[in-house]
Design a protein around this ligand. Structure first.
Ligand code: MN3
Length: 207
């Protein structure tokens, strides 16, 4: 099997009250698993099976294999989403390297928070809000993508992502996406993990 469902890095109830165990049962146990199964079905016998997830996402996009890309993109995005959250996360307290870079490139924590809220709220329909490192400029950016799209295919290094598909918040917040985003940034965002990825620098994907 080329693609696999990762274990969650915490218990399903570890992020309560901001994200419920029921949300994880559906989001990780059903939605994410379905992307993995469908990707394996579509990639069977093709070159993508032997690639890393990042390689496969970029190759499928480049080859115009949109159906396959949608599944692989969603696997990559969800893998990052689970580790973009942590119990007792969120808020302005974060590792120094990330704090400094955010101050230099985005204008500080308040500007970052406002940008994530804005990008996540105004992404029409399904998609994702991101903190990324632009590989060309070396600067941090806040961006959004639609559906399964990922900044990975746009020469950017994803550091942190928030899923704004309805299935990410409907059980816990119903239709209130801004409330979900606020809770996510203030209580769940895993700045430690984002700081580790920043330390590693621009993502290098073998062709
Ligand atoms: Mn999702």
């Amino acid at each position: 099997m080329a693609f696999t469902l990762p274990e969650l890095p915490y218990a399903k109830d570890a992020l309560m009250p901001y994200m419920s165990a029921e949300t994880f049962e559906y989001h990780h146990g059903k939605h994410h698993l379905a992307y993995v199964n469908k990707a394996n079905e579509l990639a069977a016998g093709k070159k993508y099976e032997t690639m890393s997830l990042e390689q496969a996402a970029i190759a499928a996009k480049k080859d115009g294999e949109q159906k396959l890309f949608n599944q692989i993109g969603q696997i990559y995005n969800h893998n990052l989403f689970w580790v973009s959250m942590a119990p007792n996360g969120g808020g302005a307290k974060m590792p120094g390297n990330l704090e400094k870079k955010i101050r230099e490139d985005i204008g500080g924590y308040d500007a970052l928070r406002a940008a994530l809220l804005d990008k996540g709220t105004t992404q029409f329909g399904s998609g994702w809000a991101w903190l990324v490192l632009d590989n060309a400029s070396g600067k941090l950016e806040v961006v959004s993508t639609g559906n399964a799209e990922t900044p990975l295919t746009d020469n950017k290094t994803p550091l942190l992502t928030c899923d704004v598909w309805e299935h990410a918040y409907y059980i816990d917040y119903r239709n209130a996406r801004p409330k979900f985003l606020e809770a996510w940034i203030d209580h769940l965002a895993n700045w430690e993990h984002a700081a580790e990825l920043l330390d590693k620098g621009p993502i290098k994907v073998a062709a």
